[in-house]
Design a protein around this ligand. Structure first.
Ligand code: NDP
Length: 294
């Protein structure tokens, strides 16, 4: 058996298209242009690439994009003052502070200062708590993308056994909550879990969000399982650009899984597309409009 490849590039492009259609509709019917503000502190090259991509895709979807670049030595007070301005700016419906922040800044203080209604990264405790309570919330983008990719294979995942390997606030924990909302039966694994291979063997859906290259082996998987690989690991190649690999041994998994996301070209493609979804949702919610049909 060779697994079906879940093409994140195609699925993300379709999603961006649906967002652009809905943006055009709310502009036409409600004179509302959703706006996203991205704050970048310092000049980490990977973060600069992400921010550029967010800017381009936001504009391509017909939304307003506001970029704020601050020096690495910006004071916490100045950054908080910018966030307060963005919280009050009616053109801005989504605020994203690119992480990681320089070590001199306290990430939790910064995230907590964002208006939860504009917290399109879904990291504010209000949104994390609402999601955990099963209430409507802005959810982190990467887990949202994982659910959309899963649904490209299974229209319903109700009653399926899922395992989420990793329990970070950014990926693992919110993904568990989203899976519960879809009525999956969820196992949460982490660095202290025993016998991961045995836990994986029972899973119809495997989500690897660990950050360890090719940790999940093909012979851990239940035949036919759907595998969503969140991991992005850069492996040095002498004399060439680093190679990107996921947390799953892709070639091995191809022979066992029913469907699998590649790295690159899988989950990574969905994250920015889901940021656009969250910005559109936030704009509609702030203006008392029904949730958009994306
Ligand atoms: P974190 O480092 O915050 O969390 C990693 C999680 O993996 C932790 O919960 C940790 O457990 C667990 N873990 C570590 N080692 C093991 C092990 N041997 N067995 C089982 N679990 C283990 O990472 P993130 O959640 O932020 O990211 C995970 C991966 O996803 C990274 O490769 C990252 O680059 C990628 N990523 C990709 C994105 C995308 O858009 N595609 C977006 C965000 C992240 P414990 O809690 O016990 O320490």
């Amino acid at each position: 058996m060779t697994a079906r490849i879940i093409d994140g590039k195609v699925i993300a492009a379709e999603l961006r298209g649906r967002v652009a259609d809905e943006v055009a509709r709310v502009r036409r019917d409600h004179q509302l242009t959703p706006g996203l503000a991205v704050v970048l502190v310092g000049n980490d090259p990977a973060s600069e690439v992400y921010v550029r991509s967010k800017h381009t895709q936001t504009q391509a979807a017909g939304m307003a994009s506001f970029e704020h670049k601050l020096p690495a030595d910006v004071s916490e007070g100045d950054l908080l003052a910018l966030i307060a301005r963005l919280n009050h700016d009616p053109r801005v419906h989504g605020i994203l502070v690119q992480l990681p922040l320089p070590k001199t800044l306290h990430t939790e203080t910064i995230i907590n200062a964002i208006d939860p209604a504009k917290d399109v990264d879904g990291l504010h405790p209000n949104n994390a708590g609402r999601l955990a309570g099963g209430f409507a919330a802005l959810s982190p983008c990467t887990p949202l993308g994982c659910i959309i990719l899963t649904k490209s294979v299974h229209a319903s995942i109700e009653g399926m056994n899922a395992i989420v390997i990793g329990r970070s606030n950014l990926v693992g924990r919110p993904l568990v909550q989203l899976l519960l909302n879809e009525n999956a039966t969820v196992t949460i694994a982490h660095s202290r879990s025993r016998d991961l291979a045995k836990l994986c063997a029972q899973a119809d859906l495997v989500y690897a969000a660990v950050g360890r290259p090719e940790m999940v082996r093909g012979d851990w998987l239940k035949p036919g399982a759907t595998v969503i690989d969140v991991g992005i690991n850069r492996i040095p190649v002498p004399g060439a650009k680093p190679k990107l690999v996921g947390d799953v041994a892709f070639q091995e998994a191809l022979d066992v899984a029913g469907a699998i996301t590649p790295v690159p070209g899988g989950v990574g493609q969905m994250t920015v597309a889901c940021l656009l979804v969250n910005t559109l949702r936030a704009a509609c919610a702030i203006h008392g409009l029904p949730a958009p049909a994306v």
